[in-house]
Ligand binder design. Structure first.
Ligand SMILES: *[C@@H]1O[C@H](CO)[C@@H](O)[C@H](O)[C@H]1NC(C)=O
Ligand SMILES: *[C@@H]1O[C@H](CO)[C@@H](O)[C@H](O)[C@H]1NC(C)=O
Ligand SMILES: *[C@@H]1O[C@H](CO)[C@@H](O)[C@H](O)[C@H]1NC(C)=O
Ligand SMILES: *[C@@H]1O[C@H](CO)[C@@H](O)[C@H](O)[C@H]1NC(C)=O
Ligand SMILES: *[C@@H]1O[C@H](CO)[C@@H](O)[C@H](O)[C@H]1NC(C)=O
Ligand SMILES: *[C@@H]1O[C@H](CO)[C@@H](O)[C@H](O)[C@H]1NC(C)=O
Ligand SMILES: *[C@@H]1O[C@H](CO)[C@@H](O)[C@H](O)[C@H]1NC(C)=O
Length: 411
Protein backbone atom coordinates (compact mmCIF):
# COMPACT_ATOMS: atom_id res chain seq x y z
CA UNK A 1 0.00 0.00 0.00
CA UNK A 2 2.79 2.41 0.89
CA UNK A 3 4.28 1.63 -2.50
CA UNK A 4 1.45 3.56 -4.11
CA UNK A 5 2.38 6.72 -2.29
CA UNK A 6 6.02 6.19 -3.13
CA UNK A 7 5.01 5.70 -6.74
CA UNK A 8 3.00 8.90 -6.61
CA UNK A 9 5.91 10.88 -5.23
CA UNK A 10 8.21 9.38 -7.84
CA UNK A 11 5.85 10.45 -10.59
CA UNK A 12 5.57 13.95 -9.20
CA UNK A 13 9.31 14.29 -8.93
CA UNK A 14 9.67 13.10 -12.51
CA UNK A 15 7.40 15.85 -13.68
CA UNK A 16 9.10 18.57 -11.68
CA UNK A 17 12.43 18.75 -13.41
CA UNK A 18 14.84 21.19 -11.84
CA UNK A 19 14.28 23.39 -8.82
CA UNK A 20 12.62 26.63 -9.78
CA UNK A 21 13.27 29.92 -8.09
CA UNK A 22 10.34 32.12 -7.10
CA UNK A 23 10.07 34.08 -3.88
CA UNK A 24 9.75 32.20 -0.61
CA UNK A 25 6.64 32.75 1.46
CA UNK A 26 6.44 31.90 5.15
CA UNK A 27 4.19 29.05 6.22
CA UNK A 28 1.75 30.18 8.94
CA UNK A 29 -0.40 28.14 11.29
CA UNK A 30 -4.05 29.07 11.69
CA UNK A 31 -4.22 28.79 15.47
CA UNK A 32 -7.77 30.14 15.61
CA UNK A 33 -8.88 26.96 13.83
CA UNK A 34 -8.14 24.80 16.87
CA UNK A 35 -11.13 26.11 18.84
CA UNK A 36 -13.32 25.15 15.86
CA UNK A 37 -11.86 21.65 15.81
CA UNK A 38 -10.50 22.38 12.36
CA UNK A 39 -7.25 20.43 12.58
CA UNK A 40 -5.04 18.16 10.50
CA UNK A 41 -5.12 14.37 10.72
CA UNK A 42 -2.54 14.49 13.53
CA UNK A 43 -4.32 17.24 15.46
CA UNK A 44 -2.00 20.10 14.51
CA UNK A 45 -3.57 23.38 13.32
CA UNK A 46 -3.91 23.77 9.55
CA UNK A 47 -1.36 25.87 7.64
CA UNK A 48 -1.35 28.47 4.90
CA UNK A 49 1.11 30.73 3.09
CA UNK A 50 -0.07 34.24 2.30
CA UNK A 51 1.46 36.95 0.13
CA UNK A 52 -0.54 40.21 0.16
CA UNK A 53 -1.59 41.82 -3.11
CA UNK A 54 0.01 45.01 -4.33
CA UNK A 55 -0.40 47.74 -6.93
CA UNK A 56 -3.63 47.38 -8.88
CA UNK A 57 -3.91 43.81 -7.60
CA UNK A 58 -4.92 44.82 -4.05
CA UNK A 59 -8.58 44.02 -4.69
CA UNK A 60 -7.90 40.63 -6.29
CA UNK A 61 -7.65 37.35 -4.39
CA UNK A 62 -6.30 34.00 -5.54
CA UNK A 63 -6.95 31.14 -3.11
CA UNK A 64 -5.04 28.00 -3.98
CA UNK A 65 -5.74 24.51 -2.59
CA UNK A 66 -2.75 22.22 -2.42
CA UNK A 67 -3.13 18.64 -3.68
CA UNK A 68 -1.54 15.34 -2.71
CA UNK A 69 -3.80 12.31 -3.20
CA UNK A 70 -6.02 10.82 -0.50
CA UNK A 71 -5.76 8.31 2.30
CA UNK A 72 -8.29 5.52 1.90
CA UNK A 73 -7.92 3.41 5.02
CA UNK A 74 -6.73 3.69 8.60
CA UNK A 75 -3.22 2.51 7.83
CA UNK A 76 -2.85 5.09 5.05
CA UNK A 77 -4.18 7.92 7.20
CA UNK A 78 -1.89 6.95 10.07
CA UNK A 79 1.04 7.09 7.70
CA UNK A 80 -0.12 10.43 6.39
CA UNK A 81 -0.36 11.92 9.89
CA UNK A 82 3.43 11.56 10.03
CA UNK A 83 4.20 13.44 6.82
CA UNK A 84 3.53 17.03 5.66
CA UNK A 85 0.29 15.96 3.95
CA UNK A 86 -1.21 15.11 7.34
CA UNK A 87 0.69 17.27 9.79
CA UNK A 88 1.51 20.98 9.78
CA UNK A 89 4.38 20.35 12.19
CA UNK A 90 5.95 18.06 9.59
CA UNK A 91 5.13 20.52 6.82
CA UNK A 92 7.02 23.33 8.51
CA UNK A 93 10.03 21.26 9.51
CA UNK A 94 10.34 19.63 6.07
CA UNK A 95 10.23 22.96 4.27
CA UNK A 96 12.28 24.93 6.80
CA UNK A 97 9.30 27.22 7.36
CA UNK A 98 8.65 28.60 3.89
CA UNK A 99 7.66 27.60 0.35
CA UNK A 100 8.37 29.14 -3.06
CA UNK A 101 5.49 30.71 -4.99
CA UNK A 102 5.98 29.88 -8.67
CA UNK A 103 4.00 29.70 -11.90
CA UNK A 104 0.67 31.46 -11.51
CA UNK A 105 1.55 32.25 -7.87
CA UNK A 106 4.72 34.11 -8.88
CA UNK A 107 4.94 37.84 -8.05
CA UNK A 108 7.15 38.58 -11.05
CA UNK A 109 5.15 40.30 -13.79
CA UNK A 110 7.63 39.06 -16.40
CA UNK A 111 6.49 35.50 -15.86
CA UNK A 112 2.98 36.00 -14.57
CA UNK A 113 1.44 39.04 -16.24
CA UNK A 114 -2.22 38.54 -15.27
CA UNK A 115 -2.01 37.40 -11.66
CA UNK A 116 1.37 38.49 -10.24
CA UNK A 117 0.09 41.24 -7.95
CA UNK A 118 -2.96 39.47 -6.53
CA UNK A 119 -3.25 38.42 -2.94
CA UNK A 120 -2.18 34.78 -3.00
CA UNK A 121 -3.33 32.49 -0.22
CA UNK A 122 -2.16 28.91 -0.47
CA UNK A 123 -3.96 26.45 1.79
CA UNK A 124 -1.96 23.37 2.66
CA UNK A 125 -3.58 19.97 2.46
CA UNK A 126 -3.43 17.92 5.66
CA UNK A 127 -6.73 16.02 5.84
CA UNK A 128 -6.47 13.46 3.01
CA UNK A 129 -10.10 13.94 1.91
CA UNK A 130 -9.97 16.88 -0.53
CA UNK A 131 -11.16 19.17 2.31
CA UNK A 132 -14.43 17.25 2.71
CA UNK A 133 -14.29 15.34 6.01
CA UNK A 134 -16.11 16.49 9.13
CA UNK A 135 -16.15 13.70 11.72
CA UNK A 136 -16.92 14.95 15.23
CA UNK A 137 -15.30 12.12 17.17
CA UNK A 138 -11.55 11.79 17.28
CA UNK A 139 -10.49 8.19 16.66
CA UNK A 140 -9.54 7.49 20.32
CA UNK A 141 -7.22 4.59 19.68
CA UNK A 142 -5.17 6.23 16.95
CA UNK A 143 -5.77 9.90 17.73
CA UNK A 144 -6.68 10.78 14.15
CA UNK A 145 -8.99 13.69 13.31
CA UNK A 146 -10.95 13.80 10.06
CA UNK A 147 -11.83 17.48 9.63
CA UNK A 148 -10.97 18.69 6.13
CA UNK A 149 -14.27 20.51 5.54
CA UNK A 150 -13.80 22.39 8.81
CA UNK A 151 -10.29 23.36 7.73
CA UNK A 152 -11.70 24.78 4.51
CA UNK A 153 -14.35 26.76 6.46
CA UNK A 154 -11.84 28.05 9.02
CA UNK A 155 -9.56 29.23 6.21
CA UNK A 156 -12.47 31.05 4.56
CA UNK A 157 -13.25 32.75 7.90
CA UNK A 158 -9.63 33.90 8.06
CA UNK A 159 -9.72 35.15 4.46
CA UNK A 160 -12.85 37.19 5.17
CA UNK A 161 -11.25 38.54 8.33
CA UNK A 162 -8.26 39.85 6.38
CA UNK A 163 -10.42 41.50 3.73
CA UNK A 164 -11.28 39.06 0.95
CA UNK A 165 -14.99 39.87 1.24
CA UNK A 166 -14.40 43.17 -0.57
CA UNK A 167 -12.66 41.60 -3.54
CA UNK A 168 -13.32 42.85 -7.05
CA UNK A 169 -11.91 39.64 -8.46
CA UNK A 170 -11.64 36.28 -6.72
CA UNK A 171 -10.32 32.95 -7.88
CA UNK A 172 -10.39 29.56 -6.21
CA UNK A 173 -7.98 27.09 -7.75
CA UNK A 174 -6.28 23.86 -6.82
CA UNK A 175 -4.31 21.02 -8.34
CA UNK A 176 -4.89 17.28 -8.27
CA UNK A 177 -6.77 16.40 -5.04
CA UNK A 178 -6.91 20.20 -4.60
CA UNK A 179 -8.43 20.44 -8.08
CA UNK A 180 -11.14 18.02 -7.02
CA UNK A 181 -11.58 20.07 -3.83
CA UNK A 182 -11.99 23.18 -5.99
CA UNK A 183 -14.79 21.55 -7.96
CA UNK A 184 -16.44 20.43 -4.71
CA UNK A 185 -16.19 23.84 -2.99
CA UNK A 186 -16.53 26.22 -5.95
CA UNK A 187 -20.16 27.29 -5.46
CA UNK A 188 -19.68 27.68 -1.71
CA UNK A 189 -16.69 29.91 -2.43
CA UNK A 190 -18.75 32.01 -4.80
CA UNK A 191 -21.41 32.52 -2.13
CA UNK A 192 -18.90 34.39 0.08
CA UNK A 193 -18.96 37.43 -2.20
CA UNK A 194 -21.23 40.26 -3.28
CA UNK A 195 -22.86 39.76 -6.63
CA UNK A 196 -20.60 42.47 -8.08
CA UNK A 197 -17.44 40.40 -7.47
CA UNK A 198 -16.13 38.39 -10.39
CA UNK A 199 -15.72 34.90 -8.94
CA UNK A 200 -14.37 31.94 -10.88
CA UNK A 201 -12.70 28.60 -10.19
CA UNK A 202 -9.96 26.55 -11.83
CA UNK A 203 -9.65 22.83 -11.36
CA UNK A 204 -6.10 21.85 -12.35
CA UNK A 205 -5.57 18.14 -13.07
CA UNK A 206 -8.57 17.43 -10.87
CA UNK A 207 -10.66 15.56 -13.41
CA UNK A 208 -10.26 11.97 -12.21
CA UNK A 209 -12.29 9.86 -14.58
CA UNK A 210 -14.33 6.87 -13.53
CA UNK A 211 -13.77 5.03 -16.81
CA UNK A 212 -16.20 2.36 -15.72
CA UNK A 213 -15.39 0.12 -18.68
CA UNK A 214 -11.72 0.98 -18.94
CA UNK A 215 -8.75 -0.87 -17.35
CA UNK A 216 -8.85 -0.43 -13.57
CA UNK A 217 -12.51 0.63 -13.50
CA UNK A 218 -13.48 -1.54 -10.55
CA UNK A 219 -10.44 -0.47 -8.62
CA UNK A 220 -11.18 3.25 -9.15
CA UNK A 221 -14.74 2.75 -7.92
CA UNK A 222 -13.61 0.89 -4.84
CA UNK A 223 -10.87 3.44 -4.21
CA UNK A 224 -13.24 6.40 -3.91
CA UNK A 225 -15.70 4.22 -2.04
CA UNK A 226 -13.02 3.59 0.57
CA UNK A 227 -12.13 7.29 0.70
CA UNK A 228 -15.81 8.02 1.41
CA UNK A 229 -16.06 5.45 4.20
CA UNK A 230 -12.68 6.25 5.78
CA UNK A 231 -13.49 9.96 6.01
CA UNK A 232 -17.24 9.67 6.63
CA UNK A 233 -18.12 11.73 3.55
CA UNK A 234 -21.62 10.36 2.90
CA UNK A 235 -23.31 13.48 4.25
CA UNK A 236 -20.74 16.11 3.32
CA UNK A 237 -20.68 15.56 -0.45
CA UNK A 238 -22.87 17.87 -2.57
CA UNK A 239 -26.52 16.82 -2.38
CA UNK A 240 -26.94 17.80 -6.03
CA UNK A 241 -24.83 14.70 -6.69
CA UNK A 242 -25.81 12.36 -3.84
CA UNK A 243 -29.47 12.80 -4.79
CA UNK A 244 -28.62 11.10 -8.10
CA UNK A 245 -25.62 8.85 -7.41
CA UNK A 246 -24.15 6.81 -4.58
CA UNK A 247 -21.70 8.85 -2.44
CA UNK A 248 -18.69 6.97 -3.82
CA UNK A 249 -19.56 8.19 -7.31
CA UNK A 250 -19.72 11.77 -6.01
CA UNK A 251 -15.96 12.10 -5.90
CA UNK A 252 -15.79 11.62 -9.68
CA UNK A 253 -15.85 15.09 -11.24
CA UNK A 254 -17.94 13.85 -14.18
CA UNK A 255 -20.81 13.63 -11.66
CA UNK A 256 -20.02 16.98 -10.03
CA UNK A 257 -18.94 19.42 -12.74
CA UNK A 258 -22.36 19.55 -14.49
CA UNK A 259 -23.97 21.02 -11.35
CA UNK A 260 -21.38 23.69 -10.59
CA UNK A 261 -23.04 27.07 -11.19
CA UNK A 262 -19.92 29.23 -10.90
CA UNK A 263 -17.67 29.62 -13.97
CA UNK A 264 -15.16 26.77 -13.89
CA UNK A 265 -12.03 26.21 -15.98
CA UNK A 266 -10.46 22.77 -16.39
CA UNK A 267 -6.72 22.44 -17.05
CA UNK A 268 -6.03 18.85 -18.00
CA UNK A 269 -3.72 16.52 -19.81
CA UNK A 270 -5.50 13.83 -21.81
CA UNK A 271 -2.45 11.78 -20.79
CA UNK A 272 -2.63 12.68 -17.12
CA UNK A 273 0.49 11.05 -15.70
CA UNK A 274 -1.05 10.45 -12.26
CA UNK A 275 -4.11 8.68 -13.60
CA UNK A 276 -2.16 6.65 -16.15
CA UNK A 277 0.51 5.68 -13.63
CA UNK A 278 -1.58 4.95 -10.58
CA UNK A 279 -5.18 4.19 -11.46
CA UNK A 280 -4.91 1.63 -14.28
CA UNK A 281 -2.90 -1.29 -12.94
CA UNK A 282 -2.56 -2.15 -9.28
CA UNK A 283 -0.06 -4.90 -10.09
CA UNK A 284 2.41 -3.21 -12.38
CA UNK A 285 4.70 -5.24 -14.58
CA UNK A 286 8.30 -4.10 -14.88
CA UNK A 287 7.58 -3.23 -18.49
CA UNK A 288 4.73 -0.91 -17.49
CA UNK A 289 6.76 0.66 -14.69
CA UNK A 290 9.53 1.45 -17.19
CA UNK A 291 6.97 2.91 -19.56
CA UNK A 292 5.23 5.22 -17.07
CA UNK A 293 8.60 6.49 -15.90
CA UNK A 294 10.07 7.03 -19.33
CA UNK A 295 7.85 7.35 -22.37
CA UNK A 296 10.75 6.42 -24.66
CA UNK A 297 10.71 2.89 -23.27
CA UNK A 298 7.00 2.19 -23.83
CA UNK A 299 6.25 -0.61 -26.26
CA UNK A 300 3.48 -0.50 -28.85
CA UNK A 301 0.97 -2.27 -26.60
CA UNK A 302 1.59 0.29 -23.89
CA UNK A 303 1.26 3.20 -26.27
CA UNK A 304 -2.09 1.75 -27.37
CA UNK A 305 -3.20 1.62 -23.72
CA UNK A 306 -2.28 5.27 -23.31
CA UNK A 307 -4.16 6.18 -26.49
CA UNK A 308 -7.21 4.31 -25.19
CA UNK A 309 -6.94 6.20 -21.92
CA UNK A 310 -6.93 9.49 -23.81
CA UNK A 311 -9.96 8.43 -25.83
CA UNK A 312 -11.90 7.55 -22.66
CA UNK A 313 -10.73 10.70 -20.91
CA UNK A 314 -11.73 13.02 -23.75
CA UNK A 315 -15.12 11.40 -24.21
CA UNK A 316 -15.85 11.65 -20.49
CA UNK A 317 -14.79 15.28 -20.40
CA UNK A 318 -16.79 16.18 -23.50
CA UNK A 319 -20.03 14.69 -22.25
CA UNK A 320 -19.48 16.29 -18.83
CA UNK A 321 -19.09 19.67 -20.44
CA UNK A 322 -22.03 19.09 -22.75
CA UNK A 323 -24.21 18.36 -19.73
CA UNK A 324 -23.00 21.36 -17.71
CA UNK A 325 -25.46 24.05 -16.79
CA UNK A 326 -23.08 26.90 -17.60
CA UNK A 327 -20.26 27.18 -20.09
CA UNK A 328 -16.88 25.86 -19.09
CA UNK A 329 -13.41 26.97 -20.03
CA UNK A 330 -10.90 24.25 -20.71
CA UNK A 331 -7.35 23.59 -21.90
CA UNK A 332 -6.86 19.89 -22.63
CA UNK A 333 -3.42 19.04 -23.98
CA UNK A 334 -1.37 15.94 -24.73
CA UNK A 335 1.76 16.47 -22.67
CA UNK A 336 2.33 13.67 -20.20
CA UNK A 337 2.11 15.47 -16.87
CA UNK A 338 -0.02 16.18 -13.80
CA UNK A 339 -0.46 19.59 -12.18
CA UNK A 340 0.23 22.96 -13.80
CA UNK A 341 -0.58 26.09 -11.81
CA UNK A 342 2.40 26.13 -9.45
CA UNK A 343 5.04 25.65 -12.12
CA UNK A 344 6.49 27.99 -14.68
CA UNK A 345 6.74 25.21 -17.29
CA UNK A 346 3.27 24.01 -16.36
CA UNK A 347 1.39 27.29 -16.64
CA UNK A 348 2.97 30.69 -17.30
CA UNK A 349 5.58 29.43 -19.78
CA UNK A 350 3.92 26.24 -21.02
CA UNK A 351 4.00 27.35 -24.66
CA UNK A 352 7.78 27.61 -24.47
CA UNK A 353 8.04 23.89 -23.58
CA UNK A 354 5.72 22.89 -26.42
CA UNK A 355 2.50 22.95 -24.42
CA UNK A 356 0.43 25.66 -26.05
CA UNK A 357 -3.04 25.65 -27.57
CA UNK A 358 -4.33 28.40 -29.87
CA UNK A 359 -0.79 29.70 -29.59
CA UNK A 360 -1.15 30.54 -25.91
CA UNK A 361 0.44 29.60 -22.63
CA UNK A 362 -1.92 27.96 -20.16
CA UNK A 363 -1.76 31.03 -17.91
CA UNK A 364 -2.71 33.27 -20.86
CA UNK A 365 -5.65 31.03 -21.74
CA UNK A 366 -6.80 31.19 -18.14
CA UNK A 367 -6.30 34.98 -18.07
CA UNK A 368 -8.37 35.46 -21.25
CA UNK A 369 -11.16 33.42 -19.76
CA UNK A 370 -10.93 34.91 -16.26
CA UNK A 371 -11.00 38.54 -17.38
CA UNK A 372 -13.61 37.87 -20.08
CA UNK A 373 -11.21 38.94 -22.84
CA UNK A 374 -12.36 35.85 -24.74
CA UNK A 375 -13.63 32.38 -24.10
CA UNK A 376 -11.16 29.54 -24.06
CA UNK A 377 -12.26 26.03 -24.96
CA UNK A 378 -9.44 24.13 -26.57
CA UNK A 379 -8.68 20.44 -26.72
CA UNK A 380 -5.75 19.11 -28.72
CA UNK A 381 -7.39 16.77 -31.23
CA UNK A 382 -4.33 16.49 -33.49
CA UNK A 383 -1.80 14.64 -31.36
CA UNK A 384 -3.02 11.31 -30.10
CA UNK A 385 0.36 10.32 -28.67
CA UNK A 386 1.68 11.34 -25.25
CA UNK A 387 4.41 13.96 -25.46
CA UNK A 388 7.17 14.79 -23.03
CA UNK A 389 7.03 18.58 -22.59
CA UNK A 390 9.91 19.06 -20.21
CA UNK A 391 11.75 21.68 -22.24
CA UNK A 392 14.92 23.50 -21.38
CA UNK A 393 16.67 23.87 -18.06
CA UNK A 394 15.29 26.70 -15.98
CA UNK A 395 17.64 29.60 -16.83
CA UNK A 396 17.18 29.02 -20.57
CA UNK A 397 13.46 28.54 -20.19
CA UNK A 398 13.16 31.76 -18.17
CA UNK A 399 15.09 33.68 -20.81
CA UNK A 400 12.91 32.37 -23.65
CA UNK A 401 9.78 32.97 -21.63
CA UNK A 402 10.61 36.56 -20.71
CA UNK A 403 11.48 37.24 -24.38
CA UNK A 404 8.11 35.80 -25.31
CA UNK A 405 6.20 38.06 -22.94
CA UNK A 406 8.17 41.13 -23.99
CA UNK A 407 6.96 40.52 -27.55
CA UNK A 408 3.41 39.66 -26.55
CA UNK A 409 2.42 42.54 -24.32
CA UNK A 410 -0.94 41.92 -22.75
CA UNK A 411 -3.57 44.62 -23.28
C1 LIG B 1 -3.59 13.17 20.61
O1 LIG B 1 -3.28 14.36 19.91
C2 LIG B 1 -3.35 15.52 20.69
C3 LIG B 1 -3.18 16.72 19.77
O2 LIG B 1 -2.00 16.61 19.01
C4 LIG B 1 -2.30 15.42 21.78
O3 LIG B 1 -2.38 16.57 22.58
C5 LIG B 1 -2.56 14.17 22.61
O4 LIG B 1 -1.53 14.01 23.57
C6 LIG B 1 -2.61 12.92 21.76
N1 LIG B 1 -3.04 11.77 22.52
C7 LIG B 1 -2.52 10.55 22.35
C8 LIG B 1 -3.16 9.46 23.15
O5 LIG B 1 -1.59 10.34 21.58
C1 LIG C 1 16.23 22.78 5.04
O1 LIG C 1 17.48 23.07 5.68
C2 LIG C 1 18.37 21.96 5.73
C3 LIG C 1 19.56 22.33 6.56
O2 LIG C 1 20.01 23.62 6.23
C4 LIG C 1 18.74 21.56 4.29
O3 LIG C 1 19.59 20.44 4.31
C5 LIG C 1 17.46 21.22 3.52
O4 LIG C 1 17.76 20.95 2.17
C6 LIG C 1 16.47 22.36 3.60
N1 LIG C 1 15.22 21.93 2.99
C7 LIG C 1 14.52 22.71 2.16
C8 LIG C 1 13.25 22.13 1.62
O5 LIG C 1 14.86 23.85 1.86
C1 LIG D 1 11.54 39.17 -12.84
O1 LIG D 1 12.43 38.23 -13.40
C2 LIG D 1 13.34 38.81 -14.30
C3 LIG D 1 14.13 37.70 -14.99
O2 LIG D 1 14.67 36.81 -14.03
C4 LIG D 1 14.24 39.75 -13.54
O3 LIG D 1 15.15 40.36 -14.42
C5 LIG D 1 13.38 40.82 -12.88
O4 LIG D 1 14.18 41.63 -12.06
C6 LIG D 1 12.30 40.20 -12.03
N1 LIG D 1 11.36 41.22 -11.59
C7 LIG D 1 11.02 41.37 -10.34
C8 LIG D 1 10.04 42.45 -10.06
O5 LIG D 1 11.45 40.66 -9.44
C1 LIG E 1 -27.13 42.25 -6.74
O1 LIG E 1 -27.67 42.36 -5.45
C2 LIG E 1 -28.44 43.55 -5.26
C3 LIG E 1 -28.79 43.67 -3.78
O2 LIG E 1 -29.05 42.44 -3.20
C4 LIG E 1 -29.67 43.47 -6.18
O3 LIG E 1 -30.46 44.62 -6.02
C5 LIG E 1 -29.19 43.34 -7.62
O4 LIG E 1 -30.30 43.16 -8.47
C6 LIG E 1 -28.24 42.18 -7.78
N1 LIG E 1 -27.67 42.22 -9.12
C7 LIG E 1 -27.54 41.15 -9.89
C8 LIG E 1 -26.90 41.37 -11.23
O5 LIG E 1 -27.92 40.05 -9.55
C1 LIG F 1 4.75 -4.67 -23.81
O1 LIG F 1 3.90 -4.11 -22.80
C2 LIG F 1 2.99 -5.02 -22.24
C3 LIG F 1 2.09 -4.23 -21.29
O2 LIG F 1 2.86 -3.55 -20.30
C4 LIG F 1 3.73 -6.14 -21.55
O3 LIG F 1 2.79 -7.06 -21.00
C5 LIG F 1 4.62 -6.84 -22.55
O4 LIG F 1 5.42 -7.79 -21.88
C6 LIG F 1 5.54 -5.83 -23.26
N1 LIG F 1 6.24 -6.51 -24.33
C7 LIG F 1 7.56 -6.56 -24.43
C8 LIG F 1 8.11 -7.27 -25.60
O5 LIG F 1 8.27 -6.03 -23.57
C1 LIG G 1 11.11 13.66 -20.36
O1 LIG G 1 12.32 14.19 -20.86
C2 LIG G 1 13.25 14.51 -19.84
C3 LIG G 1 14.42 15.27 -20.47
O2 LIG G 1 14.85 14.63 -21.62
C4 LIG G 1 13.65 13.25 -19.13
O3 LIG G 1 14.56 13.54 -18.12
C5 LIG G 1 12.41 12.62 -18.52
O4 LIG G 1 12.73 11.38 -17.91
C6 LIG G 1 11.34 12.37 -19.56
N1 LIG G 1 10.12 11.96 -18.88
C7 LIG G 1 9.36 10.93 -19.29
C8 LIG G 1 8.18 10.60 -18.45
O5 LIG G 1 9.57 10.30 -20.29
C1 LIG H 1 -25.08 13.79 -20.94
O1 LIG H 1 -25.69 14.14 -22.16
C2 LIG H 1 -25.76 13.10 -23.08
C3 LIG H 1 -26.38 13.64 -24.36
O2 LIG H 1 -25.80 14.89 -24.65
C4 LIG H 1 -26.58 11.94 -22.51
O3 LIG H 1 -26.60 10.88 -23.41
C5 LIG H 1 -25.96 11.51 -21.19
O4 LIG H 1 -26.76 10.52 -20.57
C6 LIG H 1 -25.80 12.68 -20.25
N1 LIG H 1 -25.07 12.23 -19.08
C7 LIG H 1 -25.44 12.56 -17.85
C8 LIG H 1 -24.56 12.04 -16.75
O5 LIG H 1 -26.40 13.24 -17.59
Amino acid sequence: MATLLVALLTILSLVVVGIEAGQKVIISLLDSAIAKGAVCLDGTPPAYAYRPGFGDGVDNWHVYLEGGGWCWNLEQCLGRAKIPLGSSAKLISTNNGSVPFQGMLDDNSTFNPDFHNWHVFKIFYCDGSSFMSDVEDVDPKHNLTYRGARIYDAMMDELLRIGMGNAKNALLSGSSAGGLATTLHCDKFQSLFHNTTRVKCISDSGFFIRGEHFIGGEWRDSFFSRVVSTHGLTNTLPTTCTSKFSPALCLFPENLVPDVQTPLFLIESAFDSYQISLTLYQDRSQSWINCIRNLMSCNLTEIEIMKDFRFTFINTLKSTIANSSSRRGYFVHNCYRHGHIEEIRGSTCSLIVGNGLANKNIAEAVGDWYFDRSEFQEMDMLNNLPRNCTGDDLPILEKKCSDYYIHHQMP
